[in-house]
Design a protein. Structure first.
Length: 132
């Protein structure tokens, strides 16, 4: 499961719920059993997500570009923070759940920006999913 949130839109498993009035915490009832919770406010990013872990998803993508102030902060009870903001709040995290994993991304720009690092992250995600 891939959950992507932003302050204006939410995507779940790459299905766009394009409703600008949708509460960014609307996914919490689904995510809380997984130990994930979106919170009020941004994650305190300056438009850069910094890699915080060595993992196949972060290979050759030590930092990513995102839309400033569009990210939605979240908390994870357990799991691996892959990218964080300058504030040290998570921007992408991976949580084991059941027989699979949940990838949480705080801002869709991390997947949509056309910079080489962001494209590498998207390719890493495709390779990682294909291997599962």
């Amino acid at each position: 499961l891939v959950v992507i949130n932003s302050s204006s839109e939410m995507l779940t498993s790459f299905i766009n719920y394009n409703n600008h009035n949708l509460n960014s915490r609307a996914m919490n009832p689904l995510l809380e059993p997984m130990g994930i919770r979106f919170i009020l406010g941004s994650a305190g990013s300056d438009n850069t997500a910094f890699s915080t872990a060595e993992h196949p998803l972060t290979a050759n993508a030590s930092y990513l570009t995102l839309t400033r102030y569009n990210e939605v902060g979240f908390r994870m009870d357990e799991g691996l923070v892959l990218y964080s903001a300058v504030s040290k709040r998570p921007l992408a995290g991976l949580v084991d759940y059941g027989e699979g994993q949940v990838l949480v991304i705080a801002e869709r720009g991390m997947l949509m920006d056309s910079s080489a690092r962001n494209l590498e992250f998207v390719m890493n995600l495709a390779r990682y999913a294909a291997e599962r």
